[in-house]
Design a protein around this ligand. Structure first.
Ligand SMILES: NCc1[nH]cc(CCC(=O)O)c1CC(=O)O
Length: 313
């Protein structure tokens, strides 16, 4: 039997205040309510402002540091101001602070990137030399690799801001995660979903992870029934790949693990930010070997890249 939270004290769910983050916190609450037959009042959603939310006028790369969107939330969790933190796993560093742990993943959403443009229907149709906006180093590098003729510009802000920029003609197209659009009920914004063979998604794209204190066994028991085992296996392989590359916001990296006929298939890619070099590979093995495959695939790509590769970044 699961130990229930103290009914006089709601379980505090920490999250960023963005519309997407709130949607993810509410999805987590709904799954916990359903799994334990609890009312909404058993939970309290606590909004925490992070450095990444506060500074909106500069590229993320310039503000620097890992965990721009997580530090303040993790501090609140460590201090017991919240009981769990809901995160987009894509934005999470590979190592959690001492005393914290992510062992609960919700079922993964669509992993693909969306092509967004009021003017053209696909990457191939973007006119020669046109301007494309994206805040993602990975997407810019991947696009530059395929279409060196395009002009790529930084594009920050929420979905509405970005769509406005497209309407205003600042750029002809941009990219967003299908998962985010789906959770915001804005799938109509996507002109098309891009095949991962054309644009390999970010590590853990589309996955929501729930962080807790590692010694909080009551919360661990509460989370257990909403954990999705398959998502956990895929994310473990992708994050092992990322961890070996010591990936940060500075390095364009793509990876995707899929379970196919009971085996784990992992694709990985690294690029130079200008897209001039792209190195990729693939592994196939037992599901339980996912983390080892991630590590080994990263070593293979690093060996192919050679010692000077990261000096370009
Ligand atoms: N870096 C921002 C971010 N973090 C997670 C998502 C989307 C949801 C997801 O991938 O789980 C997004 C927005 C985007 O890339 O369009």
């Amino acid at each position: 039997m699961t130990q229930m939270p103290d009914p006089t004290r709601p379980l505090k769910i920490g999250t960023r205040g963005s519309v997407l983050a709130l949607a993810q916190a509410h999805e987590t609450r709904a799954r916990l309510m359903a799994a334990h037959d609890l009312p909404a009042e058993a939970f309290e959603v606590v909004v925490i402002k992070t450095t990444g939310d506060r500074v909106t006028d500069r590229p993320l790369k310039e503000i620097g540091g890992k965990g721009l969107f997580t530090k303040e939330i993790e501090e609140a969790l460590t201090q017991g101001e919240i009981d769990i933190a809901v995160h987009s796993m894509k934005d999470m560093p590979t190592i959690q602070p001492d005393g914290l742990l992510i062992d609960c993943l919700l079922p993964r959403e669509d992993v693909r990137d969306a092509f967004v443009s009021p003017h053209v229907a696909s990457i191939a149709e973007i006119p020669e030399g046109a301007v494309v906006g994206s805040s993602s180093l990975r997407r810019r590098a991947q696009l530059a690799h395929r279409r060196p003729d395009l002009k790529l510009v930084e594009f920050r802000g929420n979905v509405q801001t970005r769509l406005k920029k497209l309407q205003d003609g600042v750029a002809v197209a941009t990219f967003l995660a299908m998962a985010g659009l789906r959770r915001l009920d804005m799938l109509h914004v996507a002109r098309s979903a891009i095949d991962p063979a054309e644009m390999l998604p970010a590590v853990a794209q589309g996955a929501i992870g729930i962080e807790r204190r590692d010694d909080d066994m009551m919360t661990a028991a509460l989370l257990r029934p909403i954990h999705d085992v398959e998502t956990g296996q895929r994310i473990a392989a992708e994050r092992a790949f990322l961890a070996r590359l010591d990936g940060s916001c500075e390095t364009p990296i793509g990876a995707l693990a899929e379970l196919i006929d009971g085996r784990l298939v992992l694709r990985g890619q690294i690029l130079l930010p200008d897209g001039s070099i792209e190195i990729s590979g693939r592994r196939d093995g037992e599901i339980a070997d996912g983390p080892a495959m991630g590590h080994d695939l990263a070593e293979e790509l690093l060996a192919k890249a050679g010692p000077g590769f990261f000096d370009h970044i």
